[in-house]
Design a protein around this ligand. Structure first.
Ligand code: GDP
Length: 360
């Protein structure tokens, strides 16, 4: 499953946000295969199409796609010096598909800031610096080893060259992800070396309630981290929302000029940052969203349901959600000639409602 690691300086609201996230775990009861650990929060990807499908197909259950968040405590200024970042921290963060940095923007005299003042910019830099130093330490060990190997094995030369390119970017104080292709580093290869800053970053700005609708503030903060994605929320409000009915949630959010909760935004942003999308299946038992990568073919998508579906793939019967929504039933979509049979080269599109045909 898709996992996003949460990092941030102390007292920025990580635990508060995380408590809101874990209140969501009731959802996991729907997923018998999901083991929920205390430091993991599961958030459903909001998808209004599922309730419409459930209506059309009379589904008993709705199963949205989910994003898991792992609380990765233990990063402070200077963490990478001395004892280093800690094995548990490194193990947790290596497993994450993306890194979500929580940044404090709320002003509250009662909540001490570790550096004495609220400064999103310098907080972000502090965390970046710790992760960059950790990567440089990894390279200090890897480069001499690769240099030795490269003398014996020809194919190690490009790996070494890539490690050296990464070292150069990091020494300039940039994360490998932020430097992107302009840094001349193959991120997938650098990731294989265990370099943390290859991972996509998402920034969550924890705001005061009265900053929630402040578009110019959002603009300034978004600019600090662009082209990475930014999410704006108030962690305390997210906690309160968790205890409310959907109607009350909507009313509360409207009061703050927001159309969806911060955690919903976060789940959506996670999908966007990681280049993921969903396709849909529907029937009397359940209407369900399945997570795939953008650009995946029908057999690859089928493999997410079951490996046998991929191996024995014959055809995918595809209708678009828009047609189904408009025409109101599968029969009507078929009668209108809008159901398609797609083969193994078909690239999945967002909003595809699919039934796979396969050999067992
Ligand atoms: P962590 O150390 O990053 O996990 O931070 P916590 O979640 O423990 O929050 C530190 C303190 O800040 C607690 O007293 C929270 O109640 C408070 N806090 C968290 N989020 C907000 C917020 O959005 N606004 C305000 N005013 N206080 C917050």
């Amino acid at each position: 499953a898709l996992t996003i690691g949460i990092v941030g300086l102390p007292n920025v609201g990580k635990s508060t946000m995380f408590n809101a996230l874990t209140k969501n775990n009731v959802l996991a009861a729907n997923y018998p295969f999901a083991t929920i650990e205390p430091n993991v929060g599961v958030v459903p990807l909001p998808d209004a199409r599922l309730s419409r499908l459930a209506e059309i197909f009379g589904s008993e259950k709705i199963l949205p796609a989910t994003v898991s968040f792992v609380d990765i405590a233990g990063i402070v200024r200077g963490a990478s010096e001395g004892e280093g970042l800690g094995n548990k921290f490194l193990a947790n963060i290596r497993e994450a598909d993306a890194i979500c940095q929580v940044v404090r923007a709320f002003e509250d005299g009662d909540v001490v800031h570790v550096d004495g003042k609220v400064s999103p910019e310098s907080d972000i830099e502090t965390i970046h610096t710790e992760l960059i130093l950790a990567d440089l330490q990894t390279l200090e060990k890897a480069v001499p080893r690769l240099e030795k190997e490269a003398r014996i094995k020809k194919d190690v030369a490009p790996v070494l060259a890539n490690a050296l390119a990464a070292q150069k970017v990091l020494e300039e104080g940039k994360t490998l992800y932020a430097a992107g292709s302009a840094g001349g580093v193959d991120l997938a290869e650098a990731k294989a070396l265990g370099l943390l800053t290859t991972k996509p970053f998402i920034y969550v700005f924890n705001l005061d309630e009265d900053q929630l609708a402040d578009a110019s503030l959002h603009g300034r903060l978004a600019e600090l981290v662009a082209p990475a994605d930014a999410v704006f929320l108030n962690a305390k409000l997210e906690m309160d929302l968790m205890d409310m009915s959907p109607e009350d949630q909507r009313e509360m959010l409207e009061g703050f000029g927001a159309s969806e909760s911060g955690l919903d935004q976060l789940a959506r942003t996670g999908f966007h940052t990681l280049g993921l999308q969903t396709y849909l299946t529907a029937g009397p038992k359940e209407s369900r969203a399945w997570t795939i990568r953008q650009g995946w073919t029908a057999p690859q998508a089928a493999g997410v349901i079951h490996t046998d579906f991929e191996k024995g793939f014959i055809k995918a019967e595809v209708v678009s959600f828009t047609d189904l929504d408009e025409l109101g039933s599968m029969a009507a979509v078929k009668a209108a000639g809008k159901a398609r049979l797609e083969g193994k080269d078909y690239v999945m599109a967002d909003g595809d409602v699919v039934e796979f045909r396969f050999n067992v």
